[in-house]
Ligand binder design. Structure first.
Ligand code: GDP
Ligand code: IMO
Ligand code: MG
Length: 454
C-alpha cells in the first residue's frame, strides 16, 4: 500500500518527522517533486539529520527514490550521501532517469532574477537553489534529464545548445559577468562524472517501473511531499510559490504511477498547529512580520503581537532549515486548510507543534476571512484578493506545558483538554480524522491514533 505525505500549509509543517513516524512499515520512500530547496529534519536515536534532497526515510534504511518530478542537483545529492556515509549510514538512493538536472547556472539565474525583482520589492524569497530556472527549462524543452548524464554525446550536444543562451541572458540582459558556471567544457567534465557515478553505483531507475515492481512485490511505499499546498505552482499564491506540485496529484505525475494508486492509499495532510512562512507573499493571520520578507512590513505590529511572534518563533525553532532565515509566524488559518484538504483529498491529518503552543493564556485560529465585505471560507484564487483578506479569528483557551513524552505514551485522551478542543475543531471543520499529534520534535513525542499502514 501507499501513504502520501503532503504539506497542508506553506512548507515546514514537520513532514520529515511524520514520514519517520509512520515510516516503520515502509520499504521505500519516494519524493515526487522539488529538489534541494526542501529541508526536512529527522531526529533518530538522538541525532538530528537535516536533509534537503535525500528522502528522509533513507536515514532508517529505507530505499529512497527521487522521482521523475524532482529536480536534482547532483552536487547536493553526493554531498548528502557522503555526509551520511561519514555517520556510518549507507542509504540506498535511486534517481529517476527522467528527473531534471540542476546546473550551477540555474542557481546563478535564480539569484539574478531575485535581485532584479528586489528592486521593486517583488522578490519571491527563493531558497536560491535554482529550482525555478530548472523547471523553466524542463517546461521549455531545453532541460537535461538525469539519464542524459550517462550519454556523453547527448550531454555535450544539449549543453552546447543551452549554455550559450544562459550566458547571453546573464551577460547581455542582466549585465552580470559569469565564469566557470557557464563554461561548457567544465560543466561537461563535472556532470559526465556524476553520470558515471550514478551508473556505477546502480542508482538510476525508471521511477514508475521501479515503484510499480516494488508495489507488485508487496512493498509499502511512502510518497514524501516537499514544500506545501500554498506554495504549489498551481494551487499556491502565485507568484510567491515554488515551481512544482507538492499537492497529492504531483505524487502521480512525479512518480509515474496512476492517480488510482495514490488515491487508493492514504493521503495525509501535515499541519503545523500555527502558521509559519519563509519568503514573501500574503499571510492573513500573520502576527508580526519579518522585515524584508513581509510585504510592507516595517516593524509596525503592536508590541503584543511582536512578543507573541517572537515567543512562538523561539519555542518552535522557526528558522529555515536550508537558509537559516527567521520564519514569519501567524495563527492557524482554516481557509488554507480547507483549500489544502480539497486540493489533495486528505484521508487523515497529522497536527504538529502542540507543545510549541503551550503556555499561552489564549490562542487564536483564523476561522474565515472577510474579503470586500463578504465572509469567505477558503483561499481566493488571486494573490491580490488573498492579500486583502482580513481574518475572522476565533479564540481558544490555552494549555500548559506538560511532560509531553508521557502524554505521547498515554495517547490522545492524555492531551490537555483545551488542546483536544483545539484539535477537534480542526478535525471537524475539515471533516478529516487526526491520525497523529506532534508534541515535540522526536519520534517518541507523537501521539498516534491511527497508523496508516496498519
Ligand atoms: P518539513 O520541511 O515539513 O519536514 O519540516 P522542517 O523539518 O523544515 O521543520 C519542522 C521543524 O519542527 C523541525 O525542526 C522538526 O524537528 C520540528 N518539529 C516537528 N514536529 C514538531 C512538534 O510536534 N513539536 C516541536 N516542538 N517541533 C516539531
Ligand atoms: P520544505 O520541504 C518552506 C519557499 C521559498 C520561497 C518559495 C520559492 O522544507 O517544507 P524556491 O527556492 O522553491 O524557488 O522558493 O518557496 N520554499 C519553502 N518554504 N519550506 C520549504 O520546503 C520550501 N521550499 C521552498 O522560501 O518562498
Ligand atoms: Mg522544511
Amino acid at each position: 500500500m501507499t501513504v502520501t505525505i503532503v504539506g497542508a500549509q506553506l512548507g515546514d509543517e514537520g513532514k520529515g518527522g511524520i514520514v519517520d513516524l509512520f515510516g516503520e512499515p515502509a520499504d521505500v520512500v519516494a519524493r515526487y517533486q522539488g529538489g534541494d530547496n526542501a529541508g526536512h529534519t529527522v531526529v533518530h536515536e538522538g541525532v538530528e539529520y537535516k536533509l534537503s534532497l535525500v528522502p528522509s526515510g533513507a536515514v532508517r534504511g529505507k530505499i529512497g527514490v527521487l522521482g521523475n518530478g524532482c529536480v536534482v542537483n547532483p552536487r547536493t545529492l553526493f554531498d548528502e550521501l557522503d555526509t551520511l556515509a561519514d555517520r556510518d549510514l549507507d542509504p540506498d538512493v535511486r534517481v529517476a532517469r527522467r528527473a531534471h538536472v540542476i546546473f550551477p547556472y540555474h542557481r546563478v539565474l535564480d539569484g539574478i532574477e531575485e535581485d532584479v525583482k528586489s528592486e521593486t520589492d517583488d522578490e519571491v524569497g527563493t531558497t536560491g537553489r535554482g529550482i525555478g530556472p530548472t523547471y523553466e527549462d524542463k517546461a521549455g524543452r531545453r532541460g537535461l534529464r538525469i539519464g542524459d548524464l550517462t550519454d556523453e554525446d547527448v550531454l555535450r550536444r544539449k549543453l552546447e545548445y543551452v549554455v550559450p543562451q544562459k550566458r547571453a541572458l546573464a551577460e547581455d540582459v542582466y549585465g552580470v559577468d559569469v565564469g566557470e558556471k557557464f563554461d561548457i567544457d567544465a560543466l561537461f567534465e563535472e556532470y559526465r562524472e556524476y553520470g558515471t557515478r550514478l551508473a556505477d553505483e546502480d542508482m538510476l531507475v525508471n521511477a514508475g517501473d521501479f515503484l510499480a515492481d516494488r508495489l507488485d512485490a508487496g512493498d509499502n511505499i511512502i510518497f514524501e511531499g516537499a514544500q506545501g499546498t500554498l506554495i504549489d505552482i498551481d494551487h499556491g499564491n502565485y507568484p510567491y510559490v515554488t515551481s512544482s506540485n507538492p499537492t497529492a496529484g504531483g505524487a502521480a505525475t512525479g512518480t509515474g504511477l496512476g492517480p488510482d494508486v495514490i488515491g487508493g492509499g492514504e493521503i495525509i495532510g501535515i499541519v503545523k498547529a500555527y502558521l509559519s512562512r519563509v519568503g514573501s507573499g500574503p499571510m492573513p493571520t500573520e502576527l508580526a512580520g519579518v522585515e524584508g520578507d513581509t510585504p510592507g512590513y516595517e516593524g509596525n505590529a503592536g508590541e503584543r503581537e511582536e512578543t507573541l511572534a517572537t515567543e512562538i518563533r523561539e519555542a518552535g525553532g522557526e528558522y529555515g532549515t536550508v537558509t537559516g532565515r527567521p520564519r514569519r509566524v501567524g495563527w492557524l488559518d482554516m481557509p488554507i486548510l480547507r483549500h489544502a484538504t480539497r486540493a489533495s483529498g486528505f484521508s487523515g491529518l497529522a497536527v504538529n507543534h502542540i507543545d510549541t503552543l503551550a503556555g499561552f493564556d489564549e490562542l487564536k485560529i483564523g476561522h474565515s476571512y472577510t474579503l470586500d465585505g463578504e465572509e469567505v471560507l477558503t483561499v481566493p484564487a488571486t494573490t491580490g484578493e488573498w492579500a486583502r483578506c482580513e481574518p475572522n479569528l476565533r479564540t481558544f483557551e490555552g494549555w500548559d506545558d506538560a511532560d509531553w513524552e508521557a502524554v505521547a505514551a498515554d495517547g490522545y485522551d492524555a492531551l490537555p483538554e483545551n488542546a483536544q478542543t483545539y484539535l477537534d475543531y480542526i478535525s471537524d471543520e475539515l471533516d478529516t480524522p487526526i491520525y497523529a499529534v506532534g508534541v515535540g520534535p522526536g519520534r517518541e513525542q507523537s501521539v498516534v491514533r491511527e497508523r496508516p499502514f496498519e
